[in-house]
Design a protein around this ligand. Structure first.
Ligand code: NAI
Ligand code: UGA
Length: 439
């Protein structure tokens, strides 16, 4: 099948190259000239395991090309996937300007029957708007087209794995002709395909992300109770998760959810409801709990270190989760901002296996950047773990103890067992567990 993907970010690039890998001809278009130039040289603009190899392979096989020319991408293709960003506006509503711009471009360029697939996360009713904008901009009004909603469920850090082994494909559609094409396109994924009406598909995406966010805020609230009553949140999550009606995933307590999607999509759903006169109080609380959760590591650091203004603190992990360089809405940024404001003389040494370049752009010279865990931790008065990268966990408690000036670890991701830290003489503070403080 000939496919155009408009918007070559985390979703567009991943789905574009995965559809190419399945044997389709894919043209990826993006307005970011620099990104397209780099992709044409085989340079991948994001850190995503396995992505580079797949792009290089499919470029060599001439199954994927990158261009800034959306017109070219549109006229060459039978299926056009919209995968542009849909960030939050200051009032929490969703910024659809990118989606609208693509719809206009499709209307202006459409030359034959196309299926337009919206993969961006968009409020209910957007497919209708896309249809209207395309029609408005068509010169030959006799050309037929269909609009579908096929939301994306991949996670950053495991995007390729998630694409090929997704739990489900949701096809929101109102035309048998388009449905057949999209069934055919997704057939090689050998997964459950649910076809539904377009509006339900659009809402399935927000409901899914908000439900997962709710699980995280719920377990974080239980963690806060566990800490006060002397229980262990990891044990609790394991026990609760054994109930298959609840499930064991997304019950990891920590410093709250970040990233480009949960914070944006929970706010987005709140607005979708509000615009229909509904106050989604439960979701509002999910957001409220998350807003405070990052402060846990700060209060624990304050408890552990007397004079933070005179201290050198190592911070390990900046990305919003491991295996990505994405720092959008990362809890690390809030932690850093707050610590700097409260303790202007504190020396903050940061290290992340992949996100240093992006962090530098956002944080400037407000922190010291380190090339390695060793550099960050050596002679620091305490360290914080903010992202549970494998490199950071496998470094091991013994080595941390050896390098730190004072053996204090504030772990926002529960990477270690408190008793083991205590046995090594480390003052270990984690989330939802009794702190193994040694004097
Ligand atoms: N990042 C993720 O893990 C997931 C994201 N989503 C959703 O997918 C959508 C895209 O997200 P990301 O890939 O993270 O965004 P991104 O910000 O990484 O990429 C968006 C791309 O679209 C390009 N773009 C913007 N306007 C354009 C236009 N008019 N024409 C052509 N290109 C244009 C930008 O230059 C950028 O390269 C969002 O709605 C997001 O909520 C859904 C599932 C997973
Ligand atoms: O719409 C999207 O963009 C995507 O959003 C999330 O994917 P992603 O944001 O990449 O990453 P997650 O693994 O979901 O993690 C999100 C945040 O929640 C946190 N988290 C996750 C799981 C958990 O148990 N505890 C927890 O604190 C992570 O540290 C991270 O900050 C969803 O998991 C994807 O299904 C969805 O497609």
């Amino acid at each position: 099948m000939n496919i155009a993907v408009i918007g070559t970010g985390y979703v567009g690039l991943t789905s574009g190259v995965c559809f190419a890998e399945l044997g389709n001809q894919v043209i990826c278009a993006d307005i970011d000239e620099d990104k397209v130039n780099r992709l044409n040289q085989g340079i991948i603009p994001i850190y995503e395991p396995g992505l580079s190899e797949l792009v290089v392979k499919n470029k060599c096989l001439n199954r994927i090309v990158f261009t800034t020319d959306a017109h070219y991408a549109i006229i060459q293709s039978d299926v056009i996937i919209i995968a542009v960003g849909t960030p939050s506006l200051p009032d929490g509503n969703v910024d659809l300007s990118g989606v609208h711009a693509v719809a206009k471009a499709i209307g202006q360029s459409i030359n034959s029957y196309k299926v337009i697939v919206n993969k961006s996360t968009v409020p209910v009713g957007t497919a209708d708007e896309v249809k209207r904008i395309i029609k408005q901009n068509m010169t030959d009004k006799s050309i037929e087209f269909d609009v579908a909603s096929v939301p994306e469920f991949l996670k950053e850090g495991s995007a390729i794995e998630d694409f090929f082994h997704t739990d489900r494909v949701i096809i929101g559609i109102d035309s048998p002709r388009a449905e057949q094409i999209l069934q055919e396109l997704h057939k090689p994924l050998k997964t459950t395909v649910q076809t539904t009406d377009i509006r339900s598909a659009e809402l399935i995406k927000y409901a899914s992300n908000s439900f997962l966010a709710m699980k995280i805020s719920f377990i974080n609230e239980i963690a806060n109770i566990a800490e006060l009553v002397g229980a262990d949140i990891n044990e609790i999550a394991a026990g609760v998760g054994l109930d298959t009606r609840i499930g064991s995933k997304f019950l990891k307590a920590g410093i709250g959810f970040g990233g480009a999607c949960f914070p944006k999509d929970t706010k987005g759903l709140l607005k979708i409801a509000e615009n229909k006169g509904i106050t989604f109080k439960l979701l509002q609380e999910v957001i409220n709990v998350n807003k405070n959760q990052y402060q846990k590591v700060i209060s624990k650091l304050e408890e552990a270190v007397d004079d933070l203004n005179a201290a050198t603190i190592a911070m390990l992990g900046i990305s919003f989760k491991p295996n990505t360089d994405d720092i959008r809405e990362a809890p690390s940024l809030n932690i850093i901002k707050k610590l700097i404001a409260k303790y202007p003389a504190m020396k903050l040494k940061v290290y992340d296996p992949a996100a240093m370049e992006l962090a530098r752009k956002v944080l400037g010279d407000s922190v010291s950047y380190c090339q390695s865990i060793e550099e960050a931790v050596t002679k620091s008065d305490a360290m914080m773990i903010v992202t549970e990268w494998e490199e950071i966990v496998s470094f091991g408690l013994e080595k941390y103890k050896e390098l730190l000036k004072r053996p204090i670890i504030v772990d926002g991701r529960n990477c270690f067992i408190p008793d083991e830290a205590e046995q090594l003489g480390i003052s270990y503070y984690s989330i939802g567990r009794i702190s193994g403080v040694t004097q």
